[in-house]
Design a protein around this ligand. Structure first.
Ligand SMILES: [Zn+2]
Length: 305
């Protein structure tokens, strides 16, 4: 059994919204058991938006959520950091409609959670253990999840760009591997798309400080943090988008050329396909049947501390 976790104390930071370009202040606060991850718009009298698949709205090159009259944009990197570090319950206060982009990765949010400290709570966490394959495809984009004893992600990307043809990576996601191998990977974009995005009122806060920008002959930022930083960032994105399921996954996610819209639709499809998973308190402990499973696998559950 793994207990739910929240933060030990409140922490805050400020930054700018990648798409809005507006300055925003963010505060993470401890929350009670079974609260989940919820955003709170302080500029809208504290209206709340739950980080759940049913609240998905507005997928403009980022993941957006809306509930009642409130919306929150670009939630994915913060959500990835929270689930990557095993935070189940947190209230996220914002004074704007977009989570700050920081350096384009989840590293700042990992730092923030560590600064707050992690507090175990009194109620068991429930994992979503995949028991049958679930898949979704749109054109040449596809994503699936298969039964596995761990949370693992295989991602592959291919672009028609001389510097970024094909990258693929399989990552077993634990708290340590998330911090070291995934959280620092930055978002990326193509120089020839920047003008087009700005005409649509997007990427107004984008700069070389918060995104890897690929020009025709090279990476404008000069230095990559990892040789395969691009595909690592896609793993970060899918971890954040699948956080909208509301339970950590025990399964192997395999995606090819996905994006936020596909990831978010897949989160909803997983929730809809109830025959293909069960909620468990650990891989050894089946909530539905209340029996210990006859397995001696010792290196799970995933994301457990
Ligand atoms: Zn991203």
């Amino acid at each position: 059994m793994t207990l739910q976790q929240t933060l030990r104390r409140s922490v805050s930071c400020s930054g700018i919204g990648l798409h809005s370009g507006k300055k925003v202040r963010l505060r993470l606060k401890p929350a009670p058991v079974n609260h989940g991850i919820r955003f709170k718009r302080l500029d809208l009298d504290g209206l709340e938006v739950s980080a759940t698949a049913e609240r998905v709205a507005g997928m403009n090159y980022a993941t957006g959520l809306a509930q009642d009259a409130a919306s929150v944009g670009t939630v994915e990197h913060l959500l990835a950091a929270l689930v990557g570090l095993g935070i189940d319950n947190v209230s996220i206060e914002l004074n704007q409609a977009e989570v700050p982009i920081m350096d384009g990765s989840a590293a700042s949010f990992v730092y923030l959670v560590h600064e707050a400290g992690i507090q175990s709570q009194t109620t068991p966490r429930r994992f979503l253990k995949v028991t049958r394959p679930i898949s979704l495809s749109r054109g040449d984009k596809r994503i699936a999840v298969y039964p596995s004893d761990h949370f693992k992600v295989t991602y592959s990307i291919s672009f028609d760009h001389p510097l970024l043809r094909h990258q693929s990576r399989t990552q077993r996601v634990t708290e340590d591997s998330f911090i070291e191998d995934i959280a620092p990977a930055r978002t990326f974009g193509f120089l020839n798309e920047v003008e087009q995005l700005r005409q649509k009122g997007l990427a107004l806060g984008g700069s070389l400080d918060n995104a890897i920008v690929l020009g025709e002959t090279g990476v404008l930022n000069n230095v990559l943090r990892f040789e395969d930083e691009f595909v690592r960032h896609k793993i970060l994105d899918v971890i954040g988008d699948l956080a909208l399921i509301g339970h950590p996954i025990i399964g192997h996610v395999v995606a090819h050329r996905g994006g936020h819209a596909l990831h978010a639709s897949f989160a909803q499809k997983i929730l809809d396909d109830t025959y293909a998973w069960k909620l468990v308190e650990s891989v050894l402990d089946d909530v539905e049947e209340g029996q210990s499973a006859a397995t001696t696998d010792s290196d799970a559950p995933v994301l457990a501390r």
